[in-house]
Design a protein around this ligand. Structure first.
Ligand code: WT7
Length: 685
């Protein structure tokens, strides 16, 4: 490793130590690590606790280390205790952990029985019926409302009765295609109350994507709304469902929540209004007890290959992970009001809008709108109005607000204690802005690294306990054993100052148990690439102090505004067009969205490259995946860089676009393509 300069005390901030060092990075396909960047790593010690704030759950680094050691040395004792503390059980478990990555038979709390909805709603409704459960902020600032725990219980019970009347039974999957409204949480909780499995499809996905997910999960019931409202615009939600269901003959019922009341067509016999059905049933429905390992939900996510994977989470392990991380990472205390500005369509919403906060009996924000509507103050208005205690958002939103200007923050943000970041790396300047302008130097910033598959945070600081470095996800959560692995040899790189791919050694409670209907694919994707480890798909480094830095995906997954996309899926959408002979999609750095989609296209002979054609192609991607997957740039080229065996070298495209040295190109079939590509890229800039 290069020699490290001595730390310099900052004069501006007494709590800050400056260090500069260079790091090397490696990605799959590179045989040599290359030094690519030098960053300024600064250590922030946890801000001092304000006298009126509660005593943090983890006091200091020593206590973190002690708990961490316990969690690794005796996982049965550690997770057994948390399982009993955080959840109520119908039949208590006597076994804690079993199974391994290698055999793909991971299981936790196997002889325990419980109900997820009971744990999220009933037990709080009995103890604190009037406490707020949901803080709803509608798209229009004046249209929100608060839902108490007792009200939530009544709504959930009614909805569970409706589902039963539609024939939904334990083990059935129910597709949910809804905007961010309280009824979305009511729906999910009602589904798990009767032992069924929810499969939420983000309402920004296209009809084709929805169709594929409904078919793969074999859902017979779909729950949606007439329309959605976001950023002052109306979205034709039900229309998309109608398109999707044209090719889903097994869907028997569509339950529609009336959000806007605009006229929509109904399919007789299939479509039913939420309010009419809810009015037919009493507001009590007994919860169905399920085994700890019974499935709780499916959530589809993109991988390296085209077809999305139905990631399956089981009940108890997932709930323990969600509750434990919400408690420790956000330092949630009774009476807290957690503000996760995400969408239930992604894992962040599942774990930190629905399950985590409700398991702890806290209030959770459901925000229908965007950070820019009606203006850039919207987030801070919400924080002030509801005295939000934790704020959790993706860096893409923070970048947007930083760019909009500091003058939009003119609110009382003193209720905030913890600020979270999720979904993509947060650049140090954005981290600083968040820390200084939103946190006023008084809140801990937690950069949480995790995935749909991990279920809950795996790398993260703990507020008050772990000193942070902007841009680093810091240290492992309890029970997590990260390993940096050499992508070429598959050997673990031990010690500090190492770069490789990120893996985990040993299962934790909330890790996904399978890919729905494709267990081999689960093993192939996560368990087999590096024997004995779970493979994340991310590159990562461990610095000289043992802090972990995520470098981004090493597979063909791009991250646009924290949305995970598969390049193969976008390529498949492009090739759909009759004029396209070949397509290669890469993720390129983007100031606002983190990464942006860039497509390289080869045309079939006889087709012309013009503006209208390029627009048509972009529309094709929006239609087959969703608007957020649309390429930002589309370049028509004569040829693509390929290996002798004909594989497209996306790495070469990425490096050409970035103007970086290409490295080893000896495997290129035809070197002359490089010059042509440089020319096209330069013309486009
Ligand atoms: C991928 C997982 C986890 C909720 C939202 C995304 C990237 C996630 C971070 C972070 C750098 C991050 C990784 C990961 N990622 N959090 N704090 N720093 N990168 O869930 O859609 O399953 O995507 O998001 O590349 O593999 P997801």
């Amino acid at each position: 490793p290069p020699p490290q300069p001595a730390p310099v005390e900052s004069t501006q901030y007494p709590y800050l130590i400056r260090r500069t060092y260079t790091y090397t990075t490696m990605s799959a396909g590179d045989s040599q690590p290359v030094v690519i960047e030098s960053i300024n790593a600064q250590t922030y010690h946890p801000p001092k606790r304000e006298p009126h704030h509660p005593e943090p759950h983890v006091r200091d680094i020593a206590q973190y280390q002690e708990l961490y050691k316990e969690s690794i040395e005796d996982p049965d004792a550690f997770w057994g205790k948390l399982g009993r503390e955080l959840l109520d059980w119908h039949t208590p478990f006597t076994r804690v952990t079993q199974g391994s990555f290698e055999h793909g038979d991971i299981a936790w709390y196997t002889d325990g029985y419980l109900n997820a909805c009971y744990n999220c709603v009933d037990r709080h409704a009995l103890k604190t019926p009037d406490a707020p459960a949901i803080i709803f902020e509608a798209d229009e600032p004046s249209e929100g409302r608060i839902v108490s725990y007792s009200e939530l219980l009544r709504e959930v019970c009614k909805c569970a009765n409706v589902l039963k009347s539609l024939g939904v039974k334990k083990g059935d999957t129910v597709a949910v295609y809804l905007p961010m409204i309280p009824e979305t949480l009511v729906t999910l909780l009602a589904i798990v109350r009767i032992g069924a499995i929810h499969s939420v499809v983000f309402a920004g996905f296209s009809a084709e994507s929805l169709r594929d997910r409904v078919l793969d999960a074999d859902s017979r019931v779909v729950i949606t709304s007439d329309e959605g409202k976001r950023g002052g615009k109306t979205i034709g939600t039900k229309r998309i469902v109608d398109d999707a269901l044209k090719e889903c003959p097994d869907v028997e019922h569509v339950l529609i929540f009336k959000r806007t009341g605009n006229e929509i067509p109904l399919v007789p016999g299939r479509d039913k209004w939420w309010h009419e059905e809810m009015a037919k049933f009493p507001s009590w429905c007994p919860p169905v007890m399920v085994n700890a390992e019974d499935p709780l939900f499916l959530l589809y996510t993109s991988g390296s290959t085209g077809k999305p994977k139905g990631v399956m989470h089981s009940t108890a392990g997932y709930l323990v992970g969600a509750a434990a991380t919400t408690k420790y990472v956000f330092d949630v205390h009774p009476g807290d009001r957690m503000g996760t500005a995400g969408d239930v369509g992604w894992i962040t919403g599942h774990t930190y809008i629905v399950y985590g906060p409700l398991l702890l009996g806290a209030a959770t924000l459901v925000f229908e709108g965007t950070p820019a509507y009606p203006n850039f103050s919207r987030y801070w208005e919400i924080v002030e109005r509801h005295k939000i205690t934790q704020w959790y958002v993706a860096p893409t939103a923070i970048r947007l607000l930083k760019r909009a200007g500091d003058h939009h923050i003119k609110h009382d943000l003193s209720s905030l204690r913890v600020l979270g970041s999720v979904g993509e790396p947060i650049a140090p300047d954005v981290w600083h802005w968040y820390y200084e302008k939103v946190g006023r130097g008084k809140c801990a910033v937690v950069d949480t690294y995790w995935q749909t598959e991990t279920g809950s945070h795996v790398l993260t600081p703990l507020p008050h306990a772990i000193p942070t470095k902007p841009g680093s996800a810091c240290l492992p959560f309890f029970g997590i054993q990260p390993a940096i692995v050499d992508p070429v040899t598959g050997e673990e790189l031990v010690g500090n100052d190492v770069e490789g791919v990120l893996c985990f050694r040993k299962p934790w409670p909330s890790i996904a148990r399978t890919v729905w209907g494709a267990h081999e694919r689960y093993l192939d994707t996560y368990m087999r690439p590096y024997k004995g480890f779970y493979f994340t798909g991310d590159g990562a480094g461990r610095d000289h102090e043992g802090y972990l830095w995520i470098r981004g995906r090493v597979d063909d997954v791009v991250n646009v505004s924290g949305h995970r996309l598969s390049t193969a899926e976008i390529e498949a959408a492009l090739i759909h067009n009759k004029a396209v002979a070949e397509a290669a999609v890469v993720g390129v750095p983007d100031e606002l969205t983190g990464q942006a989609v860039m497509a390289f296209i080869c045309l079939k002979s006889g087709y012309e490259n013009n503006e209208a054609f390029r627009r048509e192609l972009i529309l094709q991607v929006r239609k087959s995946i969703g608007p957020f997957a649309a390429p930002k740039a589309l370049l028509v080229v004569n040829d693509l860089p390929k290996t002798r065996s004909g594989k497209i070298m996306r790495r070469v495209l990425r490096k050409l676009h970035a103007g970086e040295p290409l490295g080893d190109t000896s495997t290129l079939q035809d070197e002359s393509v490089i010059e042509h590509l440089i020319e096209v890229i330069q013309q486009a800039n």
